[in-house]
Structure formats: structure tokens, C-alpha cells
Design a protein around this ligand. Sequence first.
Ligand code: MG
Ligand code: MG
Length: 249
Amino acid sequence: MIALKTKDQIDRIRESCRLLARMFHEIEPMVQAGMTTLELDRWAENFIRSHGGKPAFKGYQGFPGTLCTSINQEVIHGIPKNKKIVEGDLVSLDCGIDLKGFFSDMAVTFVVGEVTSEEKLLVEVTRQSLDAGIVAAQPGARVRDISNAVTSVVKPHRFGIVHQYCGHGVGFSQHEDPQVPNAVALGTSPRIVPGMVLAIEPMINLGKAEVRVLSDDWTVVTVDGKKSAHFEHTIAILEESSEVLTRED
Ligand code: MG
Ligand code: MG
């Protein structure tokens, strides 16, 4: 069931989203060679708690971190650890905040130092595919139109579009209906209507689309070992337009 949000509820979700966008803004300069993902995680947890929020991922189905930290061939759900980031890494951070019962979700892939031109392109195309998905998410369209928009940006580059994991509704909890696939799927697709709050999150691989879960039961990696990128915004569907909520004031 898709839980629609009132204007007041969207206002509350926007507050959660803005705090999250600020967290990403402030953590960006710390995503550097020599820093560990555990240090980033601790900083993020402290930031969120000191602003009256709760790290929404921590404890969610037993996940141990505030951030999902996924490096290089890790796609999503990487566990923060005491391992240093090095030059040339693609570092994907994913985070959600529960601010007084209202949930946000956002992810960014950071480029650390010099990477290959192909990897740079992967990150840029993934960001563009999210932008295209956001533009497609208008009242009256269907969720499938988001998937189509993401696919049309990525396909000419022959990168792999992860289909085993999806975007989703968000706001009253971390994961709600509907699913928002990145690759175009068969079957019916919900109409996008005012009051929906959606997390759109393309995960794009340099190589093939296939992914698998490591023995830690969390970390999702590419099967071919090639690098991956991930961007996510939480958006609200309004009467005649949509709004990206995970942006700073
Ligand atoms: Mg996320
Ligand atoms: Mg999400």
C-alpha cells in the first residue's frame, strides 16, 4: 500500500531531508585518503544525534552503521570498518535520518583523488540518470517512467543497471511502497500522484549489472568485480510538480 503524505507531513519529511543534505555537505571534505569509513560513520552518527535525529539505518534489520559505506566494486550496504580510504577509490555513502518519526534517504558517490576517465564517466552518468529520473517523476506519470528515464541515460554507455535493488517510497518509515526500479520492468506500474514521497536511487556498474551479497550478509558487490556508483535523492510529488527534498536551504 502506498502511503500518501499531507502537505504538513511533507514539511516534516523535508526537515529530515534538509538535515541529511547538510550532513552530506559537511562530510564531503572528510571523504579523503587516510580516513576510515568507521571514522566517517562515527562523525555522521554524532552529527545526526546532535541535531535531534536518529540514524535510521542503525539497527535496521540489524545493520550496524549510521552510513552504508560501499567502496569500488561494493554497490550498496557496505558496513563501515576500520580500513583506510585510498587514492582512486569511489566511495559511496548512503544514509537515512529519522527526525521525530519522519524519514529521509540520500546517497552520493565521492571520487577520491585521481580515477580513470571511464570511472569518472560512470559517476557522472549515474548522477545524470538520477537527475533524469527526478524529471520523469511528475504527477500523472507512472513509476515506470522513472525507470525508463534512468535507463535511457545509462544505456548508451553500456554500463550495468542494477535491477536486484530498487528505489522506494519513504517518509513514515525507511522503506515503503512503491518500489522504484532502475531498470524497466514488465508488469503494471503505479501512477505517480501528489502526496507520494519517493527515494530514487540508480546503482550503476562499470561492467555487468549482476550483483551478489558477501558473506557478511550485507555488502552487495558486483559479480565481475568492476566498480559501481550510486546516487539517491528523496523527492515529493506535489500538485503540479515535484520537489527534491534532500537539498540544503
Ligand atoms: Mg539510501
Ligand atoms: Mg533508499
